[in-house]
Design a protein. Structure first.
Length: 405
């Protein structure tokens, strides 16, 4: 039989790869929801009003630099669209963002209430003047990047009361006639964006003095810093929350999350009356449980559990002890049925009784004192060392269990 001579080419038209191919570029430019001129007409009155408000802001309600907000259109939500040229020109330093919603516009449609973001910006008073000056110039005298950055903005101003006050459903905890709130203060920065610790301390002192003038109290001993933000438990008369929200360095004021010390009902994990199958755990690691106590007479728990009272001698609450016993059982054995033999626990358990709280901590609705050294060193950071694992049996809104490090 004659051999079949036809061969299909491996790549159809592959000879074209040897020739130069010119790729056509161009087409319509990217869609801009608004022009520089449209944005300027919209933003100029906002910036002027912001300058007037900042000028009238009393010194007790502000820092050296003020925090303003600039919301971008949803078309520029990507980080690559950050308005760097405009912000650097005016000396606007970012200190955070928050979510927002605006209309998303394309050539063919409008999507209402689309997600976007608001930049939180620290600026000197002169920076607002620089920003206003940019909008006063003719478009031809500005760079393309500045004009585009201006066109990205949809809103500008100081934070509104609704941005700062986050009262949720309005459910609050009342302590000594005042509502318990958590205040979050903006970071204080210099013009180069580096932290300004001296100004941070000055702002804290102003916040404490302002709240005191409103008839409230700031628990500075429970101050926490996370990512340059300052978190402060604050007690305030219910009718003074709007006044408190006028403090410009304040990012958020919200009800203090409440701990549910003894959930009702809670599920018993296992039968702690059975005899253990070992006299020591599988390792010398230790687990620390902060709860309402433990029934040390339970045979399955007794060989492996120690208890320390951190309540300054408050009498144990029966339900608290029952709950702590359940948590301790879960830490040692996991889930047990009444007819299962107990396994060998993985570690020792040190139970620290923190409920009912000491008399001098009754205002601490979030049990900060359990993770804070506090007066006299009664917090868990005074008794826990880094090698210990921390287990917590509390339930809260949101989580109050915090790992001691």
């Amino acid at each position: 039989m004659a051999e079949w001579q036809f061969r299909r080419p491996a790549l159809g038209g592959a000879e074209a790869l040897s020739d130069r191919i010119d790729i056509k570029r161009g087409g319509r430019p990217p869609f801009q929801p608004q022009s520089f001129q449209q944005a300027r007409e919209r933003l100029a009155p906002m910036i002027a009003a912001t300058r007037d408000t900042v000028t009238a802001l009393p010194q007790p309600l502000r820092a050296k630099r003020v925090v303003v907000e600039a919301t971008i259109l949803p078309n520029y939500l990507a980080n690559s669209h950050y308005p760097a040229a405009l912000f650097e020109r005016a000396g606007l330093v970012p200190v955070g963002t928050r979510g927002a919603h605006r209309d998303y516009r394309t050539r063919t449609r409008v999507e209402a209430d689309a997600p976007t973001k608001t930049y939180l910006l620290s600026v000197e008073d002169i920076g607002l003047q620089r920003l206003a000056s940019v909008l006063e110039q003719e478009a031809i005298s500005l760079s393309d990047s500045i004009r585009l950055d201006v066109a990205k903005l949809d809103d500008f101003g100081l934070a509104t009361r609704d941005h700062v006050l986050r009262m949720g459903t309005g459910e609050v905890t009342v302590v000594e006639g005042k509502i318990a709130l958590e205040a979050v203060l903006h970071p204080q920065v210099r013009a180069d964006g580096q932290p300004d610790e001296a100004e941070q301390h000055a702002v804290l002192a102003k916040w404490v003095a302002y709240i005191k003038a409103l008839g409230g109290e700031v628990r500075v001993d429970w101050l926490r810093r996370e990512d340059s933000l300052t978190f402060l438990p604050t007690l305030l008369p219910a009718d003074k929350t709007v006044d408190a929200a006028l403090f410009n360095p304040l990012r958020t004021l919200r009800p203090m999350p409440r701990v549910t010390p003894i959930p009702d009902p809670f599920r018993v994990v296992g039968n702690v009356a059975v005899q253990p199958s070992a006299t020591r755990p599988a390792s010398d690691q230790r687990i620390a449980v902060f709860d309402g106590g433990v029934d040390r007479s339970a045979p399955a728990l007794a060989p492996f559990v120690t208890e320390t009272d951190l309540t300054n001698g408050q009498p144990p609450h029966p339900d608290g002890v029952r709950h702590g016993t359940t948590v301790t059982s879960a830490a040692l054995y996991g889930s047990l049925s009444s007819d299962d033999p107990t396994a060998v626990p993985p570690a020792w358990v040190d139970v620290f009784r923190v409920w009912p709280p000491p008399e001098d901590q009754r205002a601490d609705v979030h049990l900060y004192w359990t993770v804070h050294p506090g007066d006299g060193g009664r917090g868990c950071r005074s008794v826990i060392r880094c090698k210990l694992v921390v287990a917590c049996g509390w339930e809260s809104r949101p989580g109050s269990c915090q790992e001691a490090r």
